[in-house]
Write a protein that binds this ligand. Structure first.
Ligand code: ASP
Length: 365
């Protein structure tokens, strides 16, 4: 792997074909770090295959790195069939969809985020507006929605009929001592066969046996000049306590980007990522010279190390949850890793978009 010294070469060709996007050129270039040409590379969580392709296309069309990744994840935010992100996301315990998103633009060192925002299909666009038009980095709840409205984002009902059905079933299974009939009892009442909860077709199991669906998209990119950006967007943990904020909108947890080093992001149990400043940790390991894949693995081992509460451990003493990291460095090297085997991540490089197996800390039993 190239050392940082390699990045600081003052070559004449730098800037040729640079993506200018909406940012003034003086801001788009990092002030004192000039890099050799890099193969544009974009990584994302496993639900981001279309997003990485779109992001690389956007770069080729002249978008800046931050515009490219945001337009990439917009595809998933808008998709009613992805129940973990944006429109169609599973709601909180009150049946209200609350969304989280954050992003960072490497060249300008910009950051923006929104948390627990309601009624906005594409919260990443509001995070972008926070970065571009305010002196703040994070807006939450009602204030975030009012800001979004003022910036022209439409307020819409995000709860799809299928997400509502799933929430109602979750609520009915919560307790035997409330007044809601269980799903099986209701099915009998209306004379319909009871469909066992389980796979709803989006790869996320529902909340039987205490399992809580999670899902998110993270997307990180490097362009030909070695400029970087990252974004994460999610509806968070399904049926969460209203107001719960996960890792996704926390800068340094759900994503982090340092234009001198690389960009990284996460999906999975947000509480574990917040507690270990996850994506920042991945970037710091890359700064020390680790390959992105190894940096992801090392940050996951940190999570395993600090997970000591019995309720979060399986019988084998290992975490009973999963976390995934994705990372790309300034050279265009990339990687993804999860605590448990079986995860995949999306990558687009050299005109090819594909899913690759994530590295892992533990083989799933
Ligand atoms: N990290 C997200 C959260 O905790 C959820 C996920 O990625 O599954 O809100």
């Amino acid at each position: 792997m190239a050392t940082r010294r390699d990045f600081i070469k003052t070559t004449a060709g730098v800037g040729a074909g640079a993506a200018l996007g909406a940012f003034p050129r003086s801001l788009e270039g990092a002030p004192n770090v000039i890099v050799r040409r890099v193969t544009p590379t974009c990584v994302a969580s496993g639900n981001g295959l279309a997003a990485v392709s779109r992001a690389i296309e956007e770069l080729a069309g002249g978008a800046s790195t931050i515009e490219a990744v945001v337009r990439g994840v917009n595809l998933v935010e808008e998709d009613p069939n992805d129940s973990s992100v944006g429109y169609g996301g599973l709601p909180n315990a009150d049946g209200v969809v609350q969304l989280d998103s954050s992003l960072m633009h490497g060249p300008t060192r910009g950051a923006g985020a929104v948390a627990a925002i309601e009624g906005i299909k594409r919260p990443s666009l509001v995070a972008l507006d926070v970065m571009r038009y305010t002196d703040h980095h994070l807006l939450v709840g009602e204030g975030a929605q009012r800001f979004a409205k003022s910036m022209g984002h439409p307020i819409e009902d995000l709860l799809t009929e299928s997400a509502r059905q799933r929430w109602i079933e979750w609520r009915a299974r919560l307790s035997d001592s409330d007044d809601y009939l269980t799903p099986a009892e209701s099915a009998e009442r209306i004379g319909q066969p009871y469909r066992r909860p389980g796979d709803f077709g989006d790869g996320l199991l529902d909340s039987h046996d205490g399992y809580r669906p999670q899902g998110t998209i993270n997307c990180d990119i490097v362009d030909v000049n070695g400029d970087l950006s990252s974004v994460t967007t999610t509806s968070g943990l399904a049926y969460k306590i209203p107001g719960r904020v996960g890792d996704s909108p926390i800068i340094g947890a759900g994503q982090f980007c340092d234009n001198d080093v690389g960009a990284a992001g996460s999906t999975g149990r947000g509480e574990a990522v917040i507690k270990t400043c996850g994506s920042h940790t991945v970037v710091e390991y890359m700064r020390q010279g680790m390959h992105p894949k190894d940096a992801c693995l090392e940050a996951l081992r940190r999570i395993v190390h600090v997970t000591v509460e019995e309720r979060l451990l399986g019988e084998d003493g290992r975490p009973s949850f999963n976390v995934n990291y994705y990372a790309v460095n300034k050279n265009g090297e990339y990687g993804g890793a999860a605590i448990y085997s079986g995860a995949r991540f999306a990558v687009s490089v050299d005109g090819d978009s594909r899913l690759e197996d994530s590295a892992y800390v533990f083989q799933r039993a």
